[in-house]
Structures are given as structure tokens and as C-alpha cells.
Design a protein around this ligand. Structure first.
Ligand code: SF4
Ligand code: SF4
Length: 387
């Protein structure tokens, strides 16, 4: 193990413990914030922020309307939106999770999942309390569906975070696990500083947000993985509590940013979104609107949250769907949560050889220039961000 990896691990351990060493990274005035939070109408515990929110407007008097997601919550003073992390404090709309991540880990880039973006590198991955959707299979429900007072939040300013990323040699940070857009004020501040420091910023999002905040996010970050959870309004309504159209609109918007790398994830839940004809429709839509080169991760579902009685997706179902995606013309289709399956690897669309071999998060390159993304057997340029 190199000194560098020890250092990285040490940094992440400190983050995970919310240790004293990170005290020096606390936002200036954090004590003042804690005191003022304590004076609010209902009792609070835990480490929450009171940071000015973006994307809202006043409706009447001190009543605010949140413009972040299609729910458009109308919020009275002292109340919060349905995501539980944005609050009207006497007519001022605030984020309670600014600089308050509850999950910080050193992840393999492939966990994102991001397969065509700096493969085989480490990324600092971060998550927050709260989410605007309520997916019945949520695997992060312990914090995504929790109030921020109930999660174990660290205090980590954008400046302090980027300083640590530089110090320990991280090339990227990934906002993931729950819904990063809920912490958009923090994500934008980190992204702005990270860009100056040459650190890439990645986001895994449900994309169930309004146009202005979503396009603002796209301007600041380097890559997004968008969950295209299903391809019918019925699925979105009954399983996620959201709707399909805003997600499709945002995928199209993301594709229009030339600097932004896009990957998509579709988790297949047996009996809910595993119909082959609908999956084929989805692939055709992706090809038309995003291009056949867009990587698609077709992921295996495991019972969780409100779907504990739904069986895991059969491997044969996932393999059949992957085959359909290729038949429709997609070039990079991957099976997720199936470690060891050939569907995890990348094959050159021109000569057919396996160029990136993956077993879980273990990555090996074969006749592939990982700095340029070129298949060295036939010279084919594989799209992605390689260096
Ligand atoms: S982000 Fe939260 S508060 Fe804002 S509209 Fe959506 S659910 Fe409501
Ligand atoms: S969007 Fe993600 S974090 Fe939010 S409820 Fe759905 S699965 Fe959970």
C-alpha cells in the first residue's frame, strides 16, 4: 500500500468519524448558526445548517414556493417541503443540509456507476439526508428518507473539502447515494472551487427537477449519471411518487451541454418495469435523444425499503434486456449488481474484443489505451473522459 493510499484512507476515516481534525474545516460562524437554529419554533437536535436556499420565490407575505423540483411545495413559515431538508424560516427559504454530508466514502469510480469516466480511479463519494422522490425500492432510505436532524452529519465547508481533495490527490468528487440536487447550493459551491483546482465533479441524480436548477447544475459539473427508472408515467407515479416527463426533459437538456459526460441507469424491478417492449421503446428513445454511444447501466434489483417482498431481478431477465438494447443499436450496455458477469465489461463496437474487463469494481485494460480511449487492436475511439 502506498503512502498516498494511506493518506486517502486517513482522510476518509476522519470524514467518516466527523473527527476533530475536520473541526478546522467548519464553516466560519458555525457556532453562531447552531445558536440561532436553537431559537427556532420547534426543537431541533443534530447538525443542520441554515443556509440561504436557491430556486424559490415568495407567494404571499412570508409564504414561500420552492422552485427546485416539480412538487413546487408551498411552504409556510416554520414548515418544510416534502423532501424534509428545505425550510421556510420566517419568510427566508433555507437549506438544512448545506455543508452537512452524512455519508462520505472513498469509492471506486465504477461504483457511481461511471464506466466511461476516469476508469479505475478513486473518487470521494458524498451523500446527504433527504430526497424529493419516494421510490419504494430505495436502497438509501435510512438517510434519503430521514430528517437531517436524524442523520449523522459532518460539517465540511466547500473550501475545506476542496483543500483536502487537493491535499490527498483526489481527481474527482461524486455526489451520490441519495439525491445530490437536494443539496444544490453546496454542490454548486464545491463544483465552482473544484473546477479551479482541476478536480472533476460527478453527480448521480434522479433528475426529477425543474429546468433552471437542473441546467445550472449541468453548467457546473463534469458528468451526470441519470436514473431513468422506468419508461411509463404509471411506473413513475406508482413506484417513485414522481413523473417521467421532467426526467426525460432533463436527460435531453443534459445531452446539450458539450462538456458534460452522460450515463444512464435503469434498475429493473420484476413485475414493475421489466416489460421487454417498453424497455425496447426506452432504448429507441435514448438513441434518438442522446445517441447510441450513451452508456446504459441495466441494474439488478434487490429487495429493499417498501419492496422487501418483491423478488430480486432474475439474471436471465437482465441478460435478455441487455441483448434487446444491443439489438436496438445501443453500443455500451452494462449489467449492474451482477459481479463477474460478462455484461459488466466493455467491448469494442468495431472489432468486438473485450477492451475493459470488469469484475465488480476490479478493472483491467486489454488492448485499450486508457489515456486516450482508443482500442489498440483496431484504432476505434471509444467515447468517454479517459484522462
Ligand atoms: S425540492 Fe423539496 S421542498 Fe422543493 S419542491 Fe421539491 S420536495 Fe418540495
Ligand atoms: S431517487 Fe434515489 S434516493 Fe431518492 S427515493 Fe429514489 S432511490 Fe431513494
Amino acid at each position: 500500500m502506498s503512502d498516498d493510499s494511506l493518506n486517502r484512507r486517513g482522510f476518509v476515516d476522519l470524514c467518516a468519524r466527523g473527527g476533530a481534525a475536520l473541526g478546522l474545516l467548519a464553516m466560519p460562524g458555525s457556532q453562531r448558526i447552531a445558536e440561532s437554529v436553537a431559537t427556532l419554533p420547534f426543537q431541533r437536535v443534530g447538525n443542520v445548517s441554515q443556509h440561504p436556499a436557491l430556486f424559490w420565490h415568495v407567494k404571499e407575505g412570508k409564504e414561500t414556493v420552492c422552485d427546485l423540483c416539480p412538487s413546487a411545495c408551498v411552504i409556510q413559515p416554520g414548515e418544510r417541503g416534502t423532501c424534509g431538508v428545505r425550510e421556510n424560516i420566517n419568510g427566508r427559504y433555507t437549506s438544512m443540509i448545506y455543508a452537512r454530508p452524512c455519508e462520505i466514502r472513498a469509492d471506486d469510480m465504477e461504483k457511481g456507476p461511471f464506466y466511461h469516466f476516469l476508469p479505475a480511479t478513486k473518487t470521494l463519494a458524498m451523500g446527504f439526508a433527504g430526497c424529493n422522490l419516494d421510490c419504494k425500492y430505495c436502497q438509501s432510505a435510512s438517510f434519503a428518507k430521514a430528517r437531517p436532524e436524524a442523520t449523522d452529519n459532518k460539517t465540511l465547508s466547500p473550501q475545506g473539502l476542496v483543500k483536502q481533495l487537493v491535499k490527498y490527490g483526489y481527481k474527482s468528487i461524486t455526489f451520490t447515494y441519495s439525491e445530490p440536487m437536494q443539496a444544490i447550493e453546496y454542490v454548486l459551491d464545491v463544483a465552482s472551487l473544484a473546477r479551479q483546482a482541476g478536480i472533476r465533479v460527478l453527480v448521480h441524480t434522479c433528475a426529477h427537477f425543474c429546468q433552471e436548477p437542473f441546467e445550472t447544475l449541468c453548467q457546473y459539473v463534469d458528468a451526470v449519471n441519470i436514473d431513468l427508472k422506468g419508461f411509463t408515467e404509471q411506473f413513475y407515479k406508482s413506484v417513485t411518487g414522481g413523473s417521467l416527463k421532467p426526467v426525460l426533459d432533463n436527460i435531453i437538456r443534459a445531452r446539450k451541454f458539450p462538456h458534460l459526460w452522460l450515463e444512464l441507469t435503469n434498475m429493473v424491478v420484476p413485475g414493475y418495469n421489466d416489460k421487454k417492449s417498453v424497455f425496447a421503446d426506452m432504448c429507441r428513445w435514448i438513441i434518438t435523444n442522446c445517441g447510441a454511444d450513451t452508456p446504459l447501466h441495466v441494474s439488478k434489483f434487490f429487495p429493499s425499503y417498501k419492496f422487501r417482498n418483491v423478488p430480486p431481478t432474475a439474471n436471465d431477465t437482465l441478460k435478455a434486456l441487455r441483448k434487446i438494447a444491443f439489438q436496438e443499436g445501443m453500443r455500451y450496455v452494462y449489467l449492474g449488481n451482477m459481479p463477474g458477469d460478462p455484461g459488466e465489461s466493455t467491448y469494442c463496437p468495431k472489432c468486438g474484443i473485450k477492451i475493459i474487463s470488469r469484475v465488480g469494481y476490479d478493472v483491467k485494460f486489454n488492448q485499450f489505451d486508457s489515456h486516450t480511449g482508443v482500442c489498440t487492436k483496431c484504432g476505434y475511439q471509444v467515447p468517454g473522459v479517459w484522462a
